[in-house]
Ligand binder design. Structure first.
Ligand SMILES: Cc1cc2nc3c(=O)[nH]c(=O)nc-3n(C[C@H](O)[C@H](O)[C@H](O)COP(=O)(O)OP(=O)(O)OC[C@H]3O[C@@H](n4cnc5c(N)ncnc54)[C@H](O)[C@@H]3O)c2cc1C
Length: 266
């Protein structure tokens, strides 16, 4: 391996783990520093774990990394969007002509776990519990918080895959204007779950992405391989909401209160 083929990636999320795999497969020496603990030891600590709807573009990337088989084993096919209008009959709107044109529901944590395992199997070194804090670009040294300790690591080249609130980007902006701009969404979301039915099966059509469109707010549900649905309720931060009312889409019941953190399945 050439000495100049060494890269340090900040963030072992979806992009960081995938990139680590692709580069390690090409013979690069790769170090990944991830703020969270090892999800294979401590469980996935991703907080709200909205499922990903995986389409051809994502599958293509997974194929390049040799990860498509392991990911699809845990994914549930979604033939189309199953729309539940307030009035009228719910129904499936197919995404394509037939089952060769579908998307897949995959748990974010499981996808991340598969990618990390594959990256490591190709020789990438994963450093968990390392949160990037500062970068000295001149000295080529990155400082991390490792549990309670401050530790430094030299780097040859640094790649930021540390998500929307990237610390690396903030460090770069300190030394050079990046022209970055942040626009916050005016909606937030809350995760709910539809558990399996009493017989252990899915409660509603499994092979679809369910949508309850309600104008300024909406709900979606994506299937999981353990016969549950991960439900996401999107609500505006301001203005009229369905707060304190009982929401009753055709097949689901939950009670919403003014504080979204108190929403629960009923
Ligand atoms: C509500 C919602 C729904 C979405 N649905 C879909 C979908 O259906 N399909 C789809 O393709 N995409 C979807 N996305 C987009 C998708 O989640 C992102 O594109 C993807 O997560 C980006 O991956 P990433 O690795 O860049 O960032 P992340 O997944 O955010 O990973 C960043 C990683 O960096 C780590 N990190 C952060 N700071 C530091 C630090 N200082 N030091 C070290 N590590 C750090 C984090 O712990 C994390 O592991 C959705 C996004 C949202 C918010």
């Amino acid at each position: 391996m050439r000495a100049d083929h060494a890269l340090t990636i900040i963030g072992g999320g979806l992009a960081g783990a995938l990139l680590a795999t692709l580069l390690a497969r090409r013979g690069w020496s790769v170090d990944v520093f991830e703020r969270r603990g090892d999800p294979r030891v401590e469980g996935y600590a991703g907080g709200r774990s909205i499922n990903l709807a995986l389409a051809e573009r994502g599958l293509h990337a997974l194929r390049l990394a040799g990860a498509d088989g392991a990911v699809l084993e845990q994914a549930v096919m979604m033939r189309g969007r199953y729309v539940h209008p307030l009035q009228g009959t719910p129904g499936l709107q197919r995404y394509g002509r037939d089952d060769s044109e579908v998307i897949w529901s995959i748990n974010r944590g499981e996808l991340n776990l598969v990618l990390l395992t594959i990256a490591e199997s190709h020789g990438a070194r994963l450093h968990f519990d390392h949160a990037l804090e500062r970068v000295d670009f001149d000295a080529r040294s990155a400082s991390f918080r490792h549990h309670a300790e401050a530790v430094s690591h030299p780097f040859r080249a640094l790649i930021g895959a540390d998500g929307a609130g990237s610390t690396l980007r903030a460090e770069m902006a300190k030394v050079r204007p990046l022209g970055e701009r942040t626009e916050w969404l005016d909606h937030g979301y809350k995760e709910l779950e539809i558990p399996p039915a009493a017989d252990g099966g899915f409660r509603i059509e499994p092979n679809a992405l369910h949508i309850w469109p309600r104008g300024h707010y909406m709900c979606i549900a994506l299937p999981n391989d353990e016969r549950t649905f991960t439900v996401t309720l999107f609500l505006p931060h301001r203005g009229a909401t369905p707060a304190s009312k009982r929401c009753r889409p055709a097949t689901m019941r939950w009670r919403c209160s003014a504080s979204s953190s108190r929403m629960r399945w009923r």
